[in-house]
Design a protein around this ligand. Structure first.
Ligand SMILES: NC(=O)c1ccc[n+]([C@@H]2O[C@H](COP(=O)([O-])OP(=O)(O)OC[C@H]3O[C@@H](n4cnc5c(N)ncnc54)[C@H](OP(=O)(O)O)[C@@H]3O)[C@@H](O)[C@H]2O)c1
Length: 299
């Protein structure tokens, strides 16, 4: 185990899915914070290699940002079910299990795309809580994620963070904003979103404090596509225009369904308050995000 001269154990982070988008952001953040951080691309489902990597690097914390998300999008998972299961089910569980055996804390960057609005949870009503059973299996990707969470949450070393439609301060192709600015038509429906600049430091905080269990991991509140794009036009790109279409029209051009939902962030906000950390409401968070983009000269 990593240790200081005085014998206290120093945190050592190992990021899984090292070449991924969120993994890259995490690594940069931890380096900026002066933390000891490593990244790996070892396949999660390969038990021997996972155990060997954990024994070689001896992390105190694994941050699992690996997962099969499909390219160009989750529609890919519909036609590649075995590959999707090997990563999102077998691999994710295998990594958590190997960490448990070796007494390593394991944070899993999971998804909140396991819900859809229903009668008890309309868009202007209460959000889904961590304890609500998943009600969206419209895509194979979401189905694997919902099923694996049920088992994963029984591991006493696991912290499960449910991200939704992550947003970075640049226009990276995986940024939710980049995606909706490039679509020919966009739907207009409120959703919970994860602004990475606000939430990734919170993930480190929770991991460092050894927190476990499931957390909805988004900014508080929900924001519609049109609200996002209006703010984008106002702050980043005044010439921007877009066209809407209905959910029914969207369904015709997608292979798999897409989750639309609002998550309740009370549990997350309450926990983070213990550490003096606050996450801005989603509209305010977007405004700040777009202002950072503008300040960086992105247009
Ligand atoms: N971006 C989103 O919209 C979003 C939303 C909510 C949750 N998440 C979750 O957050 C995690 C990270 O997402 P991301 O956007 O950073 O995705 P990403 O850019 O596709 O990164 C995922 C990384 O995981 C690697 N990977 C896939 N299967 C693996 C396996 N079995 N073993 C080891 N590495 C594996 C991929 O490598 P290869 O390309 O070589 O396979 C890729 O480098 C994923 O689990 C995703 O489901 C993402």
């Amino acid at each position: 185990m990593a240790g200081d001269a005085d014998g206290t154990k120093k945190n050592r982070f190992l990021i899984w899915g090292g070449n991924g988008w969120i993994a890259g952001h995490l690594k940069t953040l931890l380096e900026q914070q002066g933390k000891e951080v490593y990244a790996t691309t070892v396949r999660m489902e390969n038990r021997e290699e996972v155990l060997a990597e954990l024994k070689r690097i001896q992390p105190t914390h694994v941050l699992n940002a690996a997962g099969c998300t499909g390219r160009p999008n989750v529609d890919w998972c519909e036609d590649n079910k075995e590959a999707t299961m090997r990563s999102n089910v077998i691999g994710t569980l295998n990594l958590a299990d190997c960490c448990w055996l070796l007494n390593i804390h394991c944070t899993v960057f999971a998804t909140g795309c396991i819900y859809q609005y229903d009668e008890a949870h309309p868009w202007d009503g209460p959000g889904f809580k961590e304890t609500d059973p998943p009600n969206f299996a419209g895509s194979f990707y979401s189905m694997t994620k919902a099923h694996v969470e049920e088992i994963l949450k029984q591991y006493s070393n696991c912290l499960i963070l449910r991200l939704r439609m992550p947003v970075s301060d640049d226009l990276h192709p995986r940024n939710f904003v980049t995606k909706i600015t490039k679509y020919e038509y966009v739907v207009d429906i409120p959703n919970s979103n994860t602004i990475l600049t606000d939430l990734l430091p919170a993930s480190v905080l929770l991991a460092e404090h050894g927190e476990t269990g499931v957390y909805n991991f988004t900014n508080p509140g929900a924001i519609s596509h049109n609200e996002v794009l209006t703010l984008f036009r106002e702050i980043v790109r005044p010439s921007f225009t877009w066209k809407n279409f209905s959910l029914e029209e969207q369904a015709k051009v997608l292979k798999a369904g897409r989750s639309n939902c609002k998550l309740d962030t009370t549990k997350l906000e309450t926990k983070l308050k213990e550490y003096g950390y606050e996450v801005p409401e989603v509209h305010e968070a977007y405004r700040r995000c777009f202002e950072r983009m503008k300040a960086a000269g992105i247009e």
